[in-house]
Design a protein around this ligand. Structure first.
Ligand code: GLU
Length: 283
């Protein structure tokens, strides 16, 4: 932990598989970033089809084995639907229902374009087909999108910024409105059948948990722009960020949850000690 300021930090895994070495590293960094007794855990289980209670139980077991301690009770996103509904209602003036499926979006983007389709941290850049549809016309299986241009205009902002304590520490990272519109676009606030999206839930919950330092992998760096914009729209503070390096396998590939050989459970079963595992991830 840097300095004397009290910092609340968190580790926010999704229980869609066993934790691997990359998660061990992320959890260890997040716990180190937090002040004594201010490390929180959040179970990101909004995707009910992919999340399993056995993986949630394994998360607690693996983290305790690593020697980590966290505050109780643990926040579980599946129990936070009311808070997401309230946030969505607050964002209603900048939202619209969208009925496009991936194929529609690809077709709309392919028409004027050859080669790779434009994509950002939230997937393909939405071409705006449903923009302008009113929320009152939403069908149950529509997604809800943010009308990003309208959101920037309402805020009177022409750029966003946040700070990362390891990447350019002491300086603002910044992104202009146009860069956001071109490179990220109208992100999804509520996924089909889910009542929220990763982006909305993470912003609402980091604020609800009073998190001042968000620690997560560099792969999520560009998602932080989305979170910064949502924080402004919801009048929530923007925390400090720490986007850490990613743990890769011997071939340089990012670790995936299906890579069984690199799960914490596998190392435990092989008799690896917590101290050895820490060393393995260079901690
Ligand atoms: N739940 C996300 C994951 O497991 C991490 C979210 C975050 O740290 O913001 O990748």
């Amino acid at each position: 932990m840097a300095g004397d300021t009290v910092r609340r930090g968190r580790f926010a895994p999704s229980p869609t598989g066993l934790l691997h070495l990359g998660h061990a590293y992320a959890a260890l960094v997040a716990a180190r970033e937090a002040s004594e007794g201010q490390f929180l855990l959040r179970i990101e289980d909004i995707d009910r089809d992919r999340c399993k209670t056995e993986f949630e139980a394994a998360i607690y077991e693996d983290l305790a084995w690593l020697g980590l301690e966290w505050q109780r009770p643990v926040m579980r996103q599946s129990e936070r639907m009311e808070a997401y509904r309230a946030a969505l209602a607050q964002l209603a003036p900048f939202s619209y229902p969208c009925r496009c499926r991936r194929g529609d979006i690809r077709a709309a983007l392919s028409a004027p374009q050859e080669g790779a389709l434009p994509a950002g941290p939230d997937g393909l850049i939405y071409p705006g087909t449903c923009r302008g549809r009113h929320l009152s016309k939403a069908a149950p299986d529509d997604v809800i999108r943010l009308d990003t241009a309208r959101a920037f205009d309402a805020l009177g902002l022409d750029r966003l910024s946040f700070r990362d304590e390891t990447i350019m520490p002491g300086h603002d990272h910044s992104l202009t409105r146009d860069e956001f519109l071109d490179g990220i676009g109208d992100v999804i606030l509520s996924r089909r059948g889910m009542g929220t999206s990763y982006h909305l839930a993470v912003v609402v919950d980091d604020a609800a948990q009073g998190i001042d330092i968000v620690t997560r992998g560099k792969d999520l760096f560009d998602s932080t722009w989305i979170h910064t914009l949502l924080q402004k729209l919801l009048k929530l503070p923007t925390p400090l960020y720490h986007h850490h390096r990613l743990i890769r396998d011997d071939t340089g590939k990012r670790l995936a949850k299906r890579d069984d050989a690199r799960t914490i459970r596998h190392y435990r079963d092989e008799g690896t000690s917590p101290a050895d595992l820490r060393r393995l991830v260079g901690f």
